[in-house]
Design a binder for this molecule. Structure first.
Ligand code: PEP
Ligand code: CO
Length: 444
């Protein structure tokens, strides 16, 4: 079948909604197709190059952000807080590993959610499930749950506003190590905070030393690249921003640098695989415990026929209990193909559980356990774990159990804000970065 930005429509599309007014959907897609892109092809190609380096062991990738961004959180504080924790985690990783760290936010477009059930029932009322702010609204009324195509435009605009703010911050000194206020960890406590402060102090001293000797303040130290990613789930949205650009061959999805295919939409003959095979962006593929070697090889053949370096990142999310039995056959199968892919661990999605009180949570210990097992398994197999994918927030929420402050089930009620999956809070995220740095230092 010939690929086009709309050829996915010929294939079965899971996790999509039926809009009651198809003409309204067409109007939105047409309008979005005229608006300027959110990212550029040269940024996308630059990221692809960096992912290729990470696949070879020359860089490490940190991908993190919300499970689902909400329109309400498109405000300066949550965005700045998320950026800050990503930068702080990356600083810890750079310091610990002496590798370049590639930073990718689950941000500026992470608005669509796959759901295990199409409907939600409360009492004797059954309504369509909430699928993220790009599709419908969270409140439990028939009107709010009705899919509304105009929400795609609102999502595009908020993605643009978010990205604009991130670009301004990262260009304008927010990432500048000479500004201690951006790097402070005032609401973290305990050992992680102390270790972090030692790292920042030592980096700052080295910087001062270099600038004192050379008399030059390096511009490179004042700004950083932060790339965006999201699950490319809502295909009309992705299609509308998929374009050809002057002087480059092929098509780019300019809604994000790094789209990924979720575990629930990775069917070989499905619409999501069809859509992604035709775009030039680097692609993430989530792989869970249900992934088979045949399926995985099929995905690689379909999505990376040219074996292009940096094209594929395999994001495994097996769960601490399953990773040891499920990961090695997949790594070995990819090794037999002779392909170089970037392996990344998502230690969040295989470790979700529900408390007896009915709250969705994740245990910090299981998250770290899956990460540590993943590092060791790759090493044993002659492979390399080149990145980590986490759900986090820069705020002081209580959604995951454990961490240095020892959050318990009782704490979950205090500051549980996520509408979807539980995220690491600021302090837990920093601690995860320290553990990863420790591991990488040990293995390099
Ligand atoms: C997610 O990343 O939020 C998600 C839904 O992941 P997965 O497809 O791996 O379950
Ligand atoms: Co999630």
């Amino acid at each position: 079948m010939t690929w086009s930005p709309t050829s996915w429509k010929q294939k079965p599309a899971t996790q999509q909604v039926a809009y009651s007014d198809p003409a309204a959907l067409t109007r939105v897609v047409d309008e979005m197709g005229q608006l300027p892109p959110l990212v550029t092809s040269w940024e996308i190609e630059k990221l692809k190059g960096e992912l290729a380096r990470a696949a070879k062991g020359e860089a490490f990738v940190l991908q993190g952000g919300d499970c689902a961004e909400s329109f309400d959180d498109c405000r300066s504080e949550p965005i700045a807080a998320k950026l800050k924790i990503l930068l702080q985690m990356s600083l810890v990783l750079v310091h610990g590993t002496r590798l370049q760290v590639v930073r990718i936010g689950r941000i500026a477009g992470q608005y669509a959610k796959p759901r295990s059930a199409d409907v939600e029932t409360r009492g004797d009322v059954t309504l369509p499930a909430y699928r993220g702010d790009i599709i419908n609204r969270d409140a439990f009324t028939a009107q709010d749950r009705e899919p509304d195509p105009v929400l795609m435009l609102r999502a595009y605009e908020r993605a643009g506003l978010t990205l604009n703010f991130i670009r301004a911050l990262t260009d304008g000194g927010f990432a500048d190590l000479h500004h201690p206020e951006y790097w402070d960890v005032s609401f973290a406590q305990g050992a992680a905070r102390e270790r972090y402060e030692v790292i920042v102090r030592s980096i700052r001293e080295s910087l001062n030393f270099v600038s004192a000797i050379t008399g030059v303040e390096s511009e490179a130290l004042r700004r950083v690249d932060v790339y965006t990613s999201h699950e490319a789930l809502a295909l009309p949205y992705e299609q509308a921003q998929t374009r050809q650009v002057p002087r480059r061959a092929g098509w780019y999805n300019l809604s994000t640098h790094f789209p990924w295919i979720g575990m629930r939409t990775a069917q070989l003959d499905g619409a999501h695989v069809e859509f992604h095979r035709g775009i030039n962006n680097p692609l993430g593929i989530k792989i869970g415990a249900a992934m088979t070697t045949e399926w995985l090889i099929g995905l690689l053949d379909a999505l990376d026929a040219d074996r292009s370096p940096g094209r594929i990142t395999l994001i495994h999310r097996m769960g601490a209990k399953n990773v040891q039995s499920k990961l090695p056959p997949l790594v070995e199968a990819v090794q037999r193909t002779g392909r170089t892919v970037l392996w990344m661990c998502d230690p969040m999605h295989g470790n979700t559980e529900t408390t007896p009180g009915g709250i969705k949570t994740r245990r910090f210990d299981n998250i770290v356990d899956e990460l540590e097992q993943s590092f060791s398994l790759h090493t044993q197999l002659g492979s390399r774990l080149g990145g980590v994918h986490v759900e986090l927030t820069g705020e002081d929420v209580t959604e995951c159990i454990g961490g240095s402050r020892g959050l318990t089930e009782i704490d979950l009620e205090r500051a549980y804000k996520s509408r979807v999956d539980p995220r690491l809070n600021y302090e837990q995220a920093l601690e995860v970065a320290m553990r990863i740095a420790g591991h990488l230092r040990g293995s390099t």
